[in-house]
Structure formats: C-alpha cells, structure tokens
Design a protein around this ligand. Structure first.
Ligand SMILES: [Zn+2]
Length: 355
C-alpha cells in the first residue's frame, strides 16, 4: 500500500530528489523479510558423471541418468521440507562436467554442504545397499577400483585447480570438515535405511578428488549397486528415486537445523537405541581369511562373522561414535589393513558371530 502511495507521489511529481527516503526503508524491510525466510545454508547437489562420462551401467540402467533424476528430486524434496534452504545443481542436463569444476562451483558459491550422487557397481551381483563416503587420507598411490572409477575424469583440470586443492589440505579445516561430513553421512545413511527400500551399508573413507577439492563439508553417496537387480529396479523406478531423494532431504534438513542450536530440534536425541560402530578389516567368501599375514599378529582380538551367503567378516573394536571408529580405522590402515572400513554394527547379525 505504501508503495502505491509513493508511486502516486512520483507520478504527481510532488517528490523529486527526496524519493529515495521512501524507497530506502522499503528496500531494507524487503531485504529483512527475505533474510528471515531464506537461511544462508546452501546445498550444492552434484549429479555424478554426465555427457561422455556415463558412469557405471546395470543391465537396464546408466548411472549418469539416475544421478541427475535423483538430484532433481532431491532439490524438489528440499524445497518441500525445508524451503528456507537454498539448493543448486552442478549440472542440470546430460552434459559433461569435470570433477574439479564441480568442486570449484561449490567453493566459488560458498556452499555450506556438497552432496555428490552416484551409483555403484561390483562384479558380485549379490552386493547391495547405499554407502556414504567422506574424504579419507591419501591412499598412498594405489586407488581402489571405486576410487579409480569415480576419479577417472580429472585429466588436465587437476593442474588448473591445484591452488584450491592445496588450500583444502589445511589440516584444521580438513578435520572440522571431516567431522561435519561424518555427521551428514550418518544422517543420510540412517534416513535412507528408514525411508527407502535400499538398505544403508556403512560410512567409508576414500580419496575422491571431488571431495578433496572442497572447502566445505561434503559426502559422496553411492545410492545403490546397479550390479544388483534389486537396487537397480528400485533406482530405475520413480518411487524408488523419490524415496532416496526424500531421505537425503530429511537428513539435510536435520543437519542444517543442528547448526543453529537456538532453533534446532534435539535431533540427536531422536535415536531410540544408541548406535555402535566397528571396523571391518577383512572379508572372504566360502573360506576363512589367511590370518598368517604379519598384520594380523598386531591384533589383540577380533570378531568373526559368517553370514548366510557364506561371507566371512572380520571386525575389530566397538565404538559409540563414527569419529572414534574412523580414528581406529586409520590406525588399522597403517598396521596394514588397507581395506579397513567403518561398519555400523546394526548391519551385523549376532547369530552370525562365530567367536
Ligand atoms: Zn559414479
């Protein structure tokens, strides 16, 4: 209404140089309203692969298409559950985007959180589930199959963004971002487990270039295995992708709320049963692991599980927080267990325990 009056005054020519005295407070008030409706929290959603980079493929699926569809659904779900959270995508169509440009986009836009969406593929068709990755220490030259695949399109861009990569190696920033990334990964895993038909596996650490180049917390989410028929059919279906997107959105909403203690719900008290974590140091199929290797002599104890598929799993320790577990995992890595990773104990069945 005030605006109409000012417009009238302007039209009538009754104000000349003093018009800004009226306009300025309105602009200021509008800005305040906008600020209270929008938080500064900005999620950059990164649909993995694109264009000439298909990612992995299942019998009926191509990773780059699934990640883009989930990204759109995640943005839509965030607008519904948390309209004050700003979100953007690193790509909006089937175009190729180098890994470091994705991280650069997030850094340049001062994003608060980065979520890279992917699908996994392994030769063992029985392996299924979603996995969240946070940045791990340098893998000393030998990349795992997954790291090699997800890092494949760095190419010439590695040199171009070198200063940014060095910057992120600042240890204090790395530790803080790692802690936050683990919190996000825990929430994402938990919500995927509860709200989607895909089971959550574990939080893992890996040396993904796209995470290494970030200046903010970030996770790389493998939403499921395209090599597994069950996961693939869920990720191909509209409802399956919606479930996964809504689960991630809920996790982001809770994480963002937890950053503002004044208004936050007591999110971490919602856990009905406290979680515990262990480190899986080895797994074998149909036959026990070779424990005569030297690294095994350094262990005071370990647990052995044998599941219905004939898979032996060897685990060490019992930790109440993923941070403690990741520290323990690092120590085991340097003892020689290069494939050690953190496992939510809920994924192990007590009746499978052999010792
Ligand atoms: Zn991928």
């Amino acid at each position: 209404m005030l605006l109409i009056k000012i417009t009238n005054l302007l039209l009538l020519g009754r104000v000349t140089k003093l018009w800004w005295l009226f306009i300025l407070p309105i602009t200021f008030l509008t800005h305040l309203n906008f600020a209270s409706a929008q938080s500064d929290f900005h999620v950059v959603i990164d649909p993995g692969h694109g264009g000439k980079d298909n990612g992995c493929s299942g019998d009926h699926s191509i990773e780059k298409h699934i990640t883009l569809e989930i990204a759109y659904k995640l943005q839509q779900a965030l607008r519904t559950v948390a309209p004050h959270i700003k979100s953007s995508l690193t790509r909006y169509d089937d175009t190729f985007l180098p890994l470091l440009e994705r991280a650069h986009y997030a850094n340049h836009n001062q994003a608060s959180l980065f979520i890279s969406l992917h699908c996994n593929h392994v030769p063992q068709a029985y392996v299924s589930g979603a996995e969240s990755y946070v940045l791990g220490e340098d893998s000393m030259g030998s990349l795992s199959d997954l790291e090699s695949r997800e890092n494949v399109f760095v190419g010439k861009y590695a040199e171009e963004y070198r200063p940014e990569v060095d910057d992120i190696l600042n240890q204090a920033l790395y530790q803080q971002n790692l802690k936050e990334s683990i919190a996000v990964a825990s929430l994402v895993n938990k919500h995927i487990d509860i709200y989607s038909d895909i089971k959550a596996r574990s939080i893992k650490q890996a040396n993904f270039i796209v995470l290494k180049s970030l200046k903010m917390p970030g996770i790389l989410l493998e939403t499921g295995f395209l090599s597994n028929l069950g996961d693939e059919s869920i990720l191909l279906s509209d409802s399956g992708k919606t479930q996964v997107a809504q689960a991630i959105a809920k996790a982001v909403q809770i994480y963002e709320a937890s950053l503002n203690p004044q208004f936050a719900e007591p999110v971490y008290q919602q856990e009905s049963t406290p979680r515990s974590y262990t480190i899986q140091i080895a797994s074998t199929k149909h036959q026990p692991a070779n424990i005569s290797r030297p690294e095994w002599a350094s262990l005071s104890s370990y647990d052995i599980y044998l599941d219905a598929d004939g898979v032996y799993k060897y685990t060490v320790g019992n930790y109440t927080s993923p941070e403690q577990a990741l520290q323990a995992r690092e120590a085991l890595y340097y003892k020689g267990f290069k494939g050690a990773f953190v496992l939510d104990k809920a994924s192990l069945k007590s009746e499978d325990k052999l010792n």
